[in-house]
Design a binder for this molecule. Sequence first.
Ligand SMILES: NC(=O)c1ccc[n+]([C@@H]2O[C@H](COP(=O)([O-])OP(=O)(O)OC[C@H]3O[C@@H](n4cnc5c(N)ncnc54)[C@H](OP(=O)(O)O)[C@@H]3O)[C@@H](O)[C@H]2O)c1
Length: 316
Amino acid sequence: MDKIIQGDTKEQISCLGLGTMYFGTKVDEQTSFTILDYYTENGGNFLDSANKYASWIPGFFGGESEHLIGKWMKQKANRERMFIASKVGFPYGAIPRSLKKEIIISECEKSLKRLGTDSIDLYYAHAYDSETPTEESVEAFYRLKREGKIRFAGASNYSSWQLSEANTVANQQGWEGFSCIQQQHTYLEPLLRTSFGNQVILTPEMEKFCAVKNIRIIAYSPLLGGVYTKTDNELPIQYQNSGSAPKLRILNQIAGELQVSANAVVLAWMIQHSPSVIPLVSGSSLNQIKENLQVLKFKLSKQQLDRLNQTISNEA
Ligand SMILES: NC(=O)c1ccc[n+]([C@@H]2O[C@H](COP(=O)([O-])OP(=O)(O)OC[C@H]3O[C@@H](n4cnc5c(N)ncnc54)[C@H](OP(=O)(O)O)[C@@H]3O)[C@@H](O)[C@H]2O)c1
C-alpha cells in the first residue's frame, strides 16, 4: 500500500485508512482482529476511531472500538508501526456535544487509556462547536500536543470557514492548526443543500481551500454503506437525483472493464484524485475488506478517470 504525506506534516501514512467504527460492537472481536491483520499485512497503518464508537449500538456505551484497537496492538506489539486517529466532540453517554477545554482534555485521557498508548497520532475535533470559543478548543488541542498526548490535530464535519477560522486563530498564536479534514465523501453527488444532519459533506469549496493550504482530505463513508454493490440496498435519499443513474452506469462499466468490484473503483477514484483523498475503508467481514482492497491491484487510466469525472447534471 502506498504511503503519503499527512498534510503539511512530514508523517507518512497509508493511502487507505481503515474505519473501525463498529469494531468490538457490531463486528465481533475475532472478525475485527482478522480484518486488522489483513489490512496491516497489506501495508496499511492508519486506523480511524473515536471516543463514542459505537455508543448507539444497543448494549454498548462507546469506547469499544478504541478498546479493541488497544487490545489488538498489545497482542501484536505493533503500536510503533501504527498511526492511530481518534476523535472528541460528539455526545455519548453522559458526555455532551462539546469542544470545551475540559471535555477535550478529559476525553483524550480516556481514549489514551482505552487505546493503551501514551500518545494519539491524530486527534480530531469530531464536529464544530458553535458554543465554545474557537480559541478555547484550539488551545486545548495545542496543550495536548505540547504535553505529547497527541501528535497532530484534525477537524471533522467543519465547513471551510470554520476550518479557516480555527487555523487562523492557531497560527496567530504560533500554534499548528488542524492538519487534515475528515468529511463525508463518495463518488455519487448529493443534491446541493441536501441535509446530512450532523454530518458534513466534502464540498468543492473545501477541496480548493485544502489544496491552497495543504490540508489533507480524508473521506468517511466512501462506500455509502455498500450500496455500490448491494443490489437490495436503496440509495440514501440525498443521492436520489438524476445524476446518480448515469454515474453508476459509468462506474459499473469501468468495474467490468477492470474485472474488479465497483467499491474498489470508488476507492481508486479517490486515491487518484488530485489532490488525493484518503478514503476510510470499512467492512463487517473479511470478504468485504478483501473485495475493497482490490483497489491495491490496479490503477485507473487517464481515460477512465476522465469518464468518472465527466460533468453530469444533477437534479431532484
Ligand atoms: N467523522 C465522522 O463523522 C464519521 C462518520 C462516519 C464514519 N466515520 C469513519 O469512517 C469509517 C467508514 O464509515 P462507514 O462505515 O460509514 O463507511 P461506508 O463505506 O459508507 O460503509 C461501510 C459499510 O458498507 C458495507 N460494505 C463495505 N464493503 C462492502 C462490500 N465489499 N460489499 C458489500 N457491502 C460492503 C458494510 O456494511 P454492512 O455491515 O451493513 O454489510 C460496511 O460496514 C468509519 O469506520 C469511521 O471510522 C467517520
